[in-house]
Design a protein around this ligand. Structure first.
Ligand code: ZN
Length: 151
């Protein structure tokens, strides 16, 4: 099973609104800062299924089901963890990044393209960092620049 980068999972959770995900399987009504509706996991007549968009989480006070966007897709669409992330990425236009060597070749290529694009955008900053580190001999500056910036 391919491993998905933790940064990518974090990014996905950040970019995808859980309300949009849950709305495919349940009708939600706004209730203050949260949303609630009839639970998609058990039969009920009054809504006890709560969604918190700020935390990106859901919880049913009737049957106790709780989780995030990934758990929701896993539960409602019978997918495994990686499949759920891939489905969400495709649905919401978030590119999925795999750990080195574990992803399909196609994804590897698009990831390299993304790094290339990033490098282009960051080229000027990188150039400044190079100059700065050449002046001070501080390679940590370079490391810091290489480590940041992937979203
Ligand atoms: Zn429930």
């Amino acid at each position: 099973m391919p491993a998905i980068k933790p940064t990518c999972i974090r990014d996905l959770k950040f970019r995808v609104n859980i309300v949009d995900v849950v709305s495919r399987a349940a009708t939600l009504k706004k209730a203050g800062a949260r949303f609630k509706g009839l639970c998609p996991f058990h039969q009920e007549k009054s809504p006890s299924f709560h969604v918190n968009p700020d935390r990106g989480s859901y919880k049913c006070f009737g049957c106790g089901k709780a989780g995030d966007i990934i758990a929701f897709v896993q539960e409602t669409e019978q997918l495994n963890f990686v499949e759920a992330i891939e489905a969400l990425g495709q649905r919401f236009g978030v590119p999925i990044e795999y750990e080195e060597g574990s992803g399909p070749t196609r994804e590897g290529r698009s990831l390299r393209q993304e790094i290339f694009d990033l490098h282009e955008v960051a080229a000027e900053h990188f150039h400044q960092a190079l100059k700065a580190s050449a002046a001070t001999g501080d390679y940590m500056t370079l490391g810091a620049y290489a480590g940041i910036g992937v979203h």
